[in-house]
Design a protein around this ligand. Structure first.
Ligand code: GLY
Length: 430
């Protein structure tokens, strides 16, 4: 099968790596890809941006693509799956109607309320004045969220009512996220550990993957600014069989059935971002794709041919497809550019990378913000090209072994200004 994989981060390198092991994969094109997907056997990058739907569609038609796999949310929310389906092209990922679960937090919250899926209370506002009045009248501190896609930056945790009003002004009046902040949610602030539970779905059946925990803050101890994710581990020790059954029965199955009932059958990865409160798991958000960096720890734990599972989802035949996981744990440590998530320099040569995919102790080095220094393959070096540069994943019999192995590989790689957290999978609080 000829595959078009869309995206350019560590998640997409992990997807390309797992797909490349499939007996059915003949060629994997990655648009636009990164330095890691450029050098992965069986893969090649194509220079098309993930948001450029017309050019992606043209490429898929001209290159006889059998399956398109979408990494990030923006093309799905923009209707890539619908446009491809209209041309008879198969896509692993939900339609625009189903991707609203991530694309509109206002839709998602109303959907959860309509179908009694456990979540915190929220009020939705389209005017700054009404939102500010409401926030000012609260006697507890809320969460403020832009309803639209804001690259993970549209969530605020104010420390005072005055700060809440300032944050609402930033989103609704100064329009930091453009249209994405025209509608805002003021939500209940929930407390407890967070857990990511992802499932494959063919619209009728679900297959749950090992639950992961990610670390969004820049510094050890979950301190410092929020980032796209500085590391993750799976399976989470919090995810007992009992909890996973509860999440399947109270969140994932009801969501799938309700999307069907509303005429928007959900095919692809359904990602529930949960908070484990004293009164049970509640949904913070739904995402319509693999998480990043969750994918970098979940995919190495799946004992399956990923292409067979994705094809079963697309054909509505997941019932025929079991999903098994390897025993053991996986940890990924993100190596970032100094300055990230603020401004940072790029173009730094990365040295110490393994010559194949595997580093010290068999660790996997997934690239995120990298590129080849030139198009001339043999003289080319890998240079930094983003804030999150690498995602170093290792598996082990225990979380501690996986973390030790990942950190040994992290320490063998260097580039000017490399930064990472030291506590991923090591100081797990639960
Ligand atoms: N790790 C969070 C996300 O992918 O949205």
């Amino acid at each position: 099968m000829r595959i078009l994989l869309i995206g350019s981060g560590g998640r997409e390198h992990a997807l390309a790596w797992k797909l490349s092991q499939s007996a059915h994969a003949s060629r994997i094109f990655v648009a636009p890809g990164n330095g890691g997907t450029a050098t992965l056997p069986g893969c090649c990058n194509v220079s098309i941006e993930a948001e450029d739907l017309p050019t992606l569609l043209h490429f898929a038609r001209e290159n006889a693509i059998d399956l398109t796999v979408v990494g990030p949310e923006i093309p799905l929310v923009a209707g890539l799956a619908d446009q491809f389906a209209a041309e008879g092209l198969r896509v692993f990922g939900p339609s625009a109607a189903a991707a609203q679960l991530e694309g509109s937090k206002a839709f998602s919250k109303a959907f959860m309320n309509r179908h009694a899926i456990p979540t915190g209370w929220a009020r939705v506002f389209n005017s700054f004045e009404s939102a500010a009045d409401f926030a000012f009248g609260l006697d507890t501190l809320p969460v403020i969220k832009a309803s639209g896609l804001a690259a993970g930056k549209g969530v605020f945790l104010p420390e005072s009512r005055a700060e809440a009003v300032d944050q609402l002004r930033t989103v609704m009046v100064e329009r930091r996220f453009g249209d994405a902040g025209d509608t805002v949610l003021i939500e209940e602030r929930l407390f407890g550990p967070e857990l990511s539970v992802l499932a494959f779905s063919d619209g009728k059946e679900l297959r749950l993957m090992p639950a992961a925990q990610d670390h969004k803050r820049l510094q050890d101890g979950d301190l410092g600014p929020n980032t796209g994710g500085m590391g993750a581990f799976a399976p989470s020790p919090l995810a007992t069989q009992e909890l996973m059954t509860e999440v399947e029965q109270t969140v994932l199955h009801p969501a799938l059935a309700a999307m069907n009932a509303e005429g928007a059958a959900y095919q692809g990865v359904l990602y529930a971002g949960l908070i484990l409160t004293d009164s049970g798991p509640k949904v913070l958000e739904f995402n319509c794709r693999f998480g990043d960096p969750e994918a970098q720890v979940i995919l190495p734990l799946l004992d399956c041919d990923l292409l067979e599972v994705m094809t079963a989802c697309v054909k509505g035949r997941l019932a025929e497809c079991p999903l098994n996981s390897w025993a053991g744990s996986a940890v990924t440590v993100v190596v970032a550019s100094s300055g990230y998530p603020g401004p940072y320099e790029t173009g730094k040569v990365v040295s110490g990378l393994p010559s194949g995919e595997l580093g010290e102790d068999g660790a996997l080095v997934f690239h995120a913000g990298t590129r080849l220094s030139s198009a001339e393959g043999c003289d080319s070096e890998i240079v930094t090209d983003g804030g999150r540069v690498l995602s170093v994943t290792a598996t082990g019999a225990t979380l501690a072994e996986a973390a030790a192995s990942a950190y040994r590989t992290v320490e063998s790689i260097s580039f000017d200004g490399a930064v990472w957290r030291e506590d991923i999978g090591r100081d797990v609080a639960w």
